[in-house]
Each structure stands twice: as structure tokens, then as C-alpha cells.
Design a protein around this ligand. Sequence first.
Ligand SMILES: O=C(O)CCC(=O)C(=O)O
Length: 269
Amino acid sequence: MLLDAIGSFVQNGKPLVIEGWHAYKAWNSNVLSPNWLKKSAYGKKGEGYSSNYVDFRDLTYHSDDSKLLKSLIEDVRRQFNIKAEGASGPNVHNKDLPCPDLWYSMLFREDLLLGALLPYGASDYTAHLSPEMPVDTTMCYIGSAGSYMPLHKDACMSVGHNLMCFAEKGGKARWYMTSTRDSHHASLFFRQHIGAKVDWESRRLTHEQMASASFPIYETVQKMGDLVLIPPKSCHQVANKGGLTIKVAWSRMSLKSLYLAFHDELPVY
Ligand SMILES: O=C(O)CCC(=O)C(=O)O
């Protein structure tokens, strides 16, 4: 039944959530944790950086910067404590952090995730690119109350996957997503009625604005172990709630993604 649901999800073009991945035996919650990240020598290497620096986005000032991963984790925790006391404070989150190698090898195995969902798996056509053109779409997001990903679409009509691997102090994420079919209509509606350009990836809509849409919007609250599947072309927005969460995200080029990218996306370029 699960395989059928995954198989038909891309054709239906409606979001799907599969719960409970953290209950699998192969799940190692000691490794999939901020403490492991803090201890591992992991981060951006290069000029001007020591080995544990990572990029983060400050949503209050609309700026990107880098800092030590362990300081960022503490800032994200502090941000939740400040919000929990009802005060206003920083809104920072870490996006597009490369997935640590150990996490990659732990998560992307057929005895944990199903083969149909794996990056470079049987239903990911990027697996057919030549070896000189590898595409790594895996990344991590670290956030807490106050941080969010504005309304946007994923690149190249790919299928999005987002797995919440860690949550503390009631950490969760509220998602709003459109179907594949309504995507074009939704982009026009958001621009004409709300002034939000989806491709600019800059606006966070309120619940009321979402509810005013003239097409269905799918809403879900993602918790630890939930895998959210985002259909190709879906306009979506994610807002973190409660304590610190870590999510691992990746993309897959389904056959439908290739078709849509070829006909809808590439002509724009
Ligand atoms: O989890 C997040 O904070 C954002 C994720 C997202 O936008 C995505 O996976 O497309």
C-alpha cells in the first residue's frame, strides 16, 4: 500500500507525508543529533574559515553570514527560549548545510528508506547523468520558532523530500503546499492578490492569506520522523515552531519532473 501511494503520488501531484521513520531499527538518534554535529569536525572549509564554520540566514535582516556550527546551534536554541518567553528576538536558521557523510550513509540505504525514494535510486533520473556531472541535492536545515523558508518552488520540477531527523522541546514545522496542477494558477494568484512573487523566494504568507486562495492548499505539521514528499512544481512554504529541529532534504528527478522541466521550466531560461 505504501509503495502504491509513493508510486501514484507524483502522478497525482498532491503532497504526501509518511510518518514514523525514526522507529526503524537502522535509525541512530545519537548520530542524527545536534550534539553529534557539534562534536564532529564538520563545516565550511576554505579561506577565512576554520573547519567548523557554516552558513546561516538571518531572516530579520535578510542577510546571509557564517559562524561556528556550535554557536549557530546555541543561537537557534536561544531564539526558541526568547520566543517562548513572548519576547521578540533574532530569526536565524541554517539552510543548505551539506549532509554529513555519515548521515548520508546511514539514511540513504534501502533497509531504512525505500528504494523508490532514494537519491540516485531507481526512480531518480539524475542517476543517469554522466559521472563527470554528479548532482548532490542532499542538504540539512536547522531552525526553531521564528525561522522559516519563504514561499518558493524547488529547482527543475524535481520531487522534494524532507525528513525531520531531530526535534527537541516540541520542535515541528508547519507546511503549506500546492499541487502540481495548481502551481501556475497559484503563482498568478499570489502575485496578483498578495503581491508575492514565488520565484523571488522572499515572502512568508500568513495562514489567512493561504486560506484566501481560490485553489486547494495542503497543510501539514511535520514532526520528528515525518517525511514530507513535495510534488514537482509545488509552491510551498515552511515555518518552524517550538524548539530546535534538524531536517534532511533531497530531490529526485522523476520521469514527470523531466517532462515538466523540459516543457515548462527550461523555456524560461
Ligand atoms: O525545512 C525547511 O526549513 C525548508 C525545506 C524546504 O523548503 C524544502 O525542503 O523544499
